[in-house]
Design a protein around this ligand. Sequence first.
Ligand SMILES: [Zn+2]
Length: 524
Amino acid sequence: MEDLVFKNAKIIDGTGADAFKGDVYVKSDVISKVVCESESGECADARLVIDAGGLCLCPGFVDTHTHSDMILLYDRQHVSSLSQGVTTEILGQDGLSYAPLSKENLVQYVKYLRGVNGKFDTPFSYGSVSEFRENYNNKVSVNTAYLFPHCSLRLETLGFKDEKLSGPGLEKAKAMLRKGLGEGACGLSTGLSYFPAAYSDTRELIELCKVVREFDSVFVIHLRSVFKGKTFDSVEEAIEIAAKAGCKLHFSHYKTNRKTMGQVNIIMEKIIRAINDGVDITLELYPYVYGSSYAAMFLPYWVCDGGFEAIIQRLSDKEIRSRIAREIDRKPAIDDAIITNLVNNVEYIGHSFKDIAKLRNQTMGELICDLLYEEELAFGFYEFPGKDIEELDTAFSKDIFQMLSWDNYMVGSDAIFVGENPHPRAFGTFTKLLRLSREHGFRLETLINRMTQVPCSRFKLDRRGLIKEGYYADIAVFDYESVTDRSTTGFSRNLSEGIKHVAVNGKLAFFNRQATGIFAGRAV
Ligand SMILES: [Zn+2]
C-alpha cells in the first residue's frame, strides 16, 4: 500500500512540459507512481488520499539564495518558506556563513553577521561542513543545501585581515575547500562587498576556483562594484575567474534595477558573449527592484580589518568614529534606505536613515556609525522602494520574464529574516512570481521549471526537482487562480496565500494552508 496519494491534480512535472491531469503516489519518501487521468483506472491504495480538486501540483520550489542559516535553527517550522511552496533552501550565500570555523572564529563571526542573521548565541557546532549540515538534517521543515563560504577560508587562514592570501595559507585554504566539497557542499560562494571576502583579489579567487573545477562544482558570486576605492568591472572579473579556473559560474541576484530598467540585453551582453566563448554560466533573480543588506557593509576597508572586536574598538573612539563618519559621508548617498532591524533602538525600525538622522541632528555617516556602535552591528536596512513602486514593478516584471525566459535563470529570494520589518522578498518571492506570471501571461510550466529542475540540476540536488517516479517527494499543491504574495513594505511579514499543501521527502510539512510541525527536511 502507498503512503499518500494526491488525486485529481493538474500536474506540472518541472521539465517545462505542458501540464496534465492525474494522480501522484508517494511511498515512504519518494514518488512511487505518476498516473495520467486517461490511465487512472485501477487505483493503488494509499493510507492518506488527498483530493487536489484540480489544483496545480508541482515539485517544491528551490530557493537558490537565502540567508536562513541562523534563523532556521530558531524557527524550525519556517512557515515563511512553506507558505510559498519552497521545499529546499541553499544556504552559505555571499561567502557569509559559519562552517567550517574554529570556536573562536565562530563566536566573532556570528557577532559580525548580526545585521544579516540576527543577534543570537551559537550553541551549534560548525567545525566542518558535515557538522553544519547535520544541524539541519531532519531537524527543520525544509531541505537545506550548503555553499562553502569564502569568508571561512580567509578567517581560518589569515584571520579577519586585509592581507593577501598566498603561499602556504592559500594551499591550506584549497585543502579546506576540497574537504568541504567532499563533505557535500554544493559549490563555493563569495560576496565581494562583504568582509573579509572583499579583501581578496582576482588571483586568489582563480586559485580557489581550480578546486571548484576538480569537483565539477559551481562558483557562486555576489559581485563587487568597487575594489579598494577603485571602480571595477565586476562582471568581467567573475567571467575571468571562471574562464581561467575552468569552473562553472553562477551570478547571485543578477537583474535590472532602477537605473538599468528595460535594458536586459545590455546587462546580459558580456555574459552572453562569455557563454558563446564556452563559459558555463547560470544566474538567479528575485522579483523586487530594490535590495537589502546589513549596515556594517558601509564601513571602509580599514575599519573592518581585525573583525568584530576591532570594529567596535574603533567605533568606541570618538575621534576615529568621526573620521569613519566623514568617509561614509563622502560616498554616494543612501539617505532614503529604510531600517529593518535594530535591537536597542527599535523605535527607528521602518523609518528612513534620513528621518532618523534629522531627528538626531546628525549626518548620515554619524548616524550609521553611532547605530552600528549602539547596536553592536545588529543593524540592517533595505533600499527605498520609491514612491512610483507600482509603475516600476510593471516595467520590472517585463524584465523579470525576459530573464526567466532563458533556461539558465533561476530564483533566489536573498531572504533576510531578522527584524520587525525585513525586505518583503523573504515572505513573497515565489508567490509573487506565480502571481506576476498569471497577470502577465508568462507560461506557468516554464516558470515552474526555473524554480525546480533548473536549480536541482545546477547544484546537483540528486533526484529532486521533478514529479517523476523514483524522485524524492518534494511537492507543492497550489491554486493558480488565487495564489499571491501578501508581503509588502511595511507589512513584510504577511504570509502568502494560495499554497495549499507542501510535502517534503513525502511528509506533509504544510497541510490545508497550515504548517504541521513535521521536520522532514534533509541536508541534501
Ligand atoms: Zn545574499
